[in-house]
Design a protein around this ligand. Structure first.
Ligand code: ZN
Length: 281
């Protein structure tokens, strides 16, 4: 069918107007670009434009389609309620110049993705390791700048701990974290609310703690993890202790042999389902 010149021009102009509008409204990337986001991304295809009444073109270009509904994040997580045998390995307090690269090798050999709750000042010191964490598909997350007990800080000092760390991570990796772990697990409702609402950070605690910071024996660390892992578990470990890194091959191999899959914390959260209602008598 032959399209009159005027109409063809109008259609072309309209297509680009819609495309530009959609692009300019795209949300800022807040998650690792090289791996799938926790929720399925909303793909917006340009639609054929019909303008039978010949209304002004710019009026047709708006509005944006509403994003697909997603499961809202909870303020804080100790574990997730998932249907599959999936757990999240998490490593705190790095990056460490020698141990973190060794751990990354161990994870890579097994195709395992983990979450690294990094200290801001260590990221500033070792930005290349932070970059490698992200490049290899792991989640990078905020563990404060100086590792203080957050409830003891003034509001200003609290803000500095979170913001400086986010900035260091973003500068090194281009990623703005969406999860954080309070040092020592020290947290309260007010801090959780600030982290959620002002910084867009979910608070991540844990459900399996091998106490690897205290008991520096790799056998203890691996056997505690193997024994206590359960579907939806968030497993705490620290990539600044050699004994923890030594424990990982045995722990990870045993969990894989038991049929466990590994997800980042944000991936695990995306699988989280509301707990089944309690049976009524
Ligand atoms: Zn820590």
């Amino acid at each position: 069918m032959r399209i009159p010149m005027k109409s063809a021009f109008a259609r072309t102009f309209l297509f680009f107007t819609v495309a530009i509008c959609l692009t300019s409204h795209a949300p800022a990337k807040a998650q690792i670009p090289s791996r799938p986001a926790p929720q399925a991304p909303v793909v917006v295809e340009p639609q054929p434009v019909i303008n039978p009444t010949n209304t002004p073109l710019l009026a047709v270009a708006a509005p944006m389609p509403a994003p697909a509904p997603t499961t809202p994040r909870k303020p804080a997580y100790n574990s997730c309620n998932v249907e599959s045998n999936t757990v999240a390995m998490t490593f705190d307090d790095g990056p460490h110049p020698k141990l973190t690269p060794r751990l990354l090798d161990i994870l890579k050999e097994r195709g395992i993705k983990a979450t690294f709750f990094v200290i801001g000042k260590c990221v500033a010191e070792y930005p290349d390791i932070a970059k490698r964490i992200v490049a290899e598909g792991h989640e990078i997350a905020n563990h404060t700048w100086n590792h203080p007990q957050l409830p003891k800080l003034s509001p200003t000092a609290f803000a500095a701990e979170i913001t400086q760390t986010n900035d260091a991570i973003q500068q090194a990796t281009g990623i703005l974290p969406v999860t954080m772990r309070p040092p020592y697990g020290a947290i309260n409702a007010g801090i959780t609310k600030r982290l959620n609402e002002e910084y867009g950070l979910s608070v991540i605690l844990w459900s399996v703690d091998p106490q690897d910071w205290k008991i520096r024996k790799s056998d203890h660390v691996s056997s505690h993890i193997i024994k206590n892992a359960a579907p939806g578990a968030i497993i705490l470990a620290h990539d600044i202790h050699a004994s923890t890194i030594d424990a990982m091959p045995a722990a990870l191999d045993a969990l894989q042999a038991k049929g466990y899959k590994f997800a980042t914390v944000s991936e695990l959260i995306a699988m989280d389902r509301p707990a089944a209602p309690k049976a009524t008598p």
